[in-house]
Write a protein that binds this ligand. Structure first.
Ligand SMILES: Nc1nc2c(ncn2[C@@H]2O[C@H](COP(=O)(O)OP(=O)(O)OP(=O)(O)O)[C@@H](O)[C@H]2O)c(=O)[nH]1
Ligand SMILES: [Mg+2]
Length: 308
């Protein structure tokens, strides 16, 4: 077999020997995709498969389209840093605008002409993300903050975990290899305590809880039925993926300082909202089979948010 890779060209050329298993990997990474070619095939099935593959690094090519959702409220000055780090192979960027009074939307369109802008009808980061998820057309959804704190180059680690079998790839600043430049001691303490409570009450083994950089297969949304509006959204997701029995893998991630502007998060107010979510989820342990109060993740175009 001869495998010729052309990274970043959206093309993989190769020749194969008939009937042999082909391992599409190089180097020392554990990521490997194998195809066994049927002996009687007239046309090489790999030719067909290869057309759908996007090379995303020298060691990995994938077929699932990746949507990146960016909640943004008055982040015009930070967007250039955010878009600069996004890999070119992603399928789409969905920016959820929280009625910004600055040039957030115009700047996003200038930087990423194909950006899908969704105007949020409600309020809060949770509401923004739920609106954005409903607008995604990709199989994999990645959540990225718009304040310049997340490095888009890490997306490959999240996607790698998902294509290797995880349902939910959860960023962690406190896993080995992760870090943060943007947490005050009080936030660190609060996050640690809340994370320990979630671990104890729900049988999780998380090292981080209130972090906005995560990725998941779209089908997870059906299992977690998000219904919140504020910064508690990540906690709710983290709890519900465990309750739903989904396979969660933590991804070490580095959180950089917000570049411009001020935080929308208030430690005490939002910490209490997170605690309330934990207590509610605890008292409402069995989700499967229970009728949701309302379908919160609506089908795209069903009235949540306006796309332009
Ligand atoms: N669309 C929308 N985006 C929001 C809203 N609230 C926060 N965001 C965005 O959510 C992301 C995270 O919010 P931040 O204010 O950075 O909160 P944080 O990351 O906890 O705090 P700092 O990084 O310390 O500022 C940013 O991209 C915000 O612009 C909202 O109501 N609507
Ligand atoms: Mg931030």
């Amino acid at each position: 077999m001869r495998l010729v890779r052309t990274p970043l060209s959206n093309r993989i050329n190769y020749r194969t020997a008939r009937g042999r298993a082909v391992h599409r990997t190089r180097g020392t990474t554990g990521l490997m995709t194998s195809f066994v070619r049927p002996a009687d095939a007239g046309q090489d099935p790999l030719d067909e498969i290869s057309r759908d593959f996007r090379p995303i690094s020298t060691h990995l090519a994938i077929t699932p389209p990746v949507s990146v959702v960016i909640p943004a409220m008055n982040e015009a000055e930070n967007l250039p840093y955010v878009f600069k780090t996004l890999p070119e192979w992603i399928h789409e960027v969905v920016l959820v605008d929280g009625n910004s009074t600055d040039d957030t939307v115009a700047v996003a369109r200038e930087l990423w002409p194909d950006v899908k802008v969704v105007r949020q009808l409600g309020k809060g980061k949770g509401d923004a993300l739920i609106t954005g998820f409903a607008a995604c057309t990709g199989d994999i959804i990645v959540m990225v903050d718009a304040d310049g704190s997340a490095d888009g180059q890490e997306i490959v680690s999240y996607v790698s975990a998902l294509v290797s079998g995880a349902d939910f790839a959860k960023g962690s600043r406190f896993a080995n290899g992760g870090g943060t430049d943007d947490m005050t001691p009080i936030r660190k303490l609060g996050n640690h305590v809340l994370c320990s409570v979630v671990n104890a009450k729900f049988g999780a083994r998380y090292t981080d809880l209130c972090y906005g950089y995560n990725a998941f297969w779209r089908h997870c949304l059906d299992k977690i039925e998000l219904d919140c509006t504020g910064f508690e959204v990540e906690t709710l997701m983290n709890i519900r993926v465990v309750k739903a029995g989904l396979k969660v893998q933590e991804i070490p991630s580095h959180e950089y300082l917000r570049i411009h502007g001020v935080s929308n998060l208030r430690a005490v107010r939002d910490g209490l909202r997170v605690l309330k979510v934990i207590l509610n989820e605890r008292s409402n342990r069995v989700r499967r089979g229970s009728k949701p109060k309302a379908a919160r993740v609506l089908p795209f175009g069903a009235g949540r948010g306006e796309v332009s």
